[in-house]
Design a binder for this molecule. Structure first.
Ligand SMILES: C[S@@+](CC[C@H](N)C(=O)[O-])C[C@H]1O[C@@H](n2cnc3c(N)ncnc32)[C@H](O)[C@@H]1O
Length: 267
């Protein structure tokens, strides 16, 4: 008795019949290129589904979202390669722009130490400062992304608040806000520049990333997982209204095509 399975109409067809029908069709040869192309399509589909699933959680509190998604996924690590890659990319970029071990570095919205895991070991003791709204992200970063011996040796300092309260630092040489203004309203971006001003010196340089585009459909309240777009002139207006001068750089090889600019105190 041949093995039977159910067809879509519920009618039983012998497997041998199905196999014969399939064999009659022209089959794509499973070369390396064909399989890689198939994998690319599946990965794209997977990312789309993951993003849809995340959107369904947007109304949960930040702590609930971090607990559910994990400390890497919360800050936007779609996959491990991208998560580590973005951190390493920031680190190499900053060094190429003149950051050296003795400089004081401020990581604004340092998240789960995607950049800190590279910068804390590189910088001299006491030179890394991280501001972050969610303390549990930094805790997860310290527990999972960097050796405790290095943390003990380099003594990074952190402050946890959403008010851009920079009172835990005296000043800085370089600062970076990677993927922060992509989640903030114009009012919150202005507050960041406003509060940072008293900590900046004439040589302080603040790099920040943004998604370039039409701001007309931006959400109305800042949210760590929703997306904001701004034109270069909109950002430049905010920055200069707070007493800084913005220089746009544009593309810097970011895997998700975030652009970069830097600001210095207006003279
Ligand atoms: C997309 S993540 C980027 C984190 C980190 N810069 C990185 O590249 O991995 C945005 C981060 O901004 C933090 N954040 C959002 N608003 C903030 C605020 N007003 N003050 C401090 N952190 C904030 C979120 O908690 C989150 O960790």
């Amino acid at each position: 008795m041949p093995l039977r399975i159910f067809g879509s109409a519920g009618k039983k067809k012998p497997v041998s019949e199905l196999r014969a029908a399939k064999e009659g069709q022209p089959q794509e040869e499973e070369t390396l290129e064909v399989l890689l192309e198939r994998r690319k399509k599946i990965e794209l589909k997977l990312k789309k589904l993951q993003q849809q699933a995340k959107r369904a959680d947007w109304d949960l509190s930040p702590v609930e979202r971090i607990t559910k998604w994990g400390h890497r996924s919360y800050v936007g690590g779609l996959d491990l390669e991208t998560w580590f890659g973005i951190g390493k990319h920031q680190y190499q970029y900053l060094v190429s722009k003149g950051l050296r071990a003795h400089h004081r570095f401020l990581d604004i919205a340092c998240g789960s130490l995607r950049l800190g895991q590279f910068l804390i070991p590189y910088l001299d003791e006491g030179c890394y400062f991280g501001l972050e709204g969610e303390e549990i992200l930094v805790q997860a970063g310290l527990e999972n992304e960097i050796l405790p011996e290095l943390v003990a040796m380099k003594k990074p300092r952190f402050s946890f608040n959403y008010d851009f309260d920079f009172d835990f630092i005296d000043g800085f040489d370089f600062a970076m806000a990677q993927s922060l203004f992509t989640h903030l309203t114009t009012e919150d971006i202005a507050r960041c520049f406003h509060n940072l001003k008293s900590k900046a010196g004439p040589d302080s340089t603040f790099f920040f990333t943004y998604f370039e585009g039409d701001s007309s459909s931006n959400p109305t309240e800042s949210h760590a997982n929703k997306g904001w777009r701004y034109s270069v002139s909109e950002l430049s207006d905010i920055v200069s209204s707070e007493g800084w001068t913005m220089t746009n750089i544009g593309g810097w090889g970011h895997p998700r095509n975030q652009k970069i600019a830097f600001a210095k105190l207006a003279i």
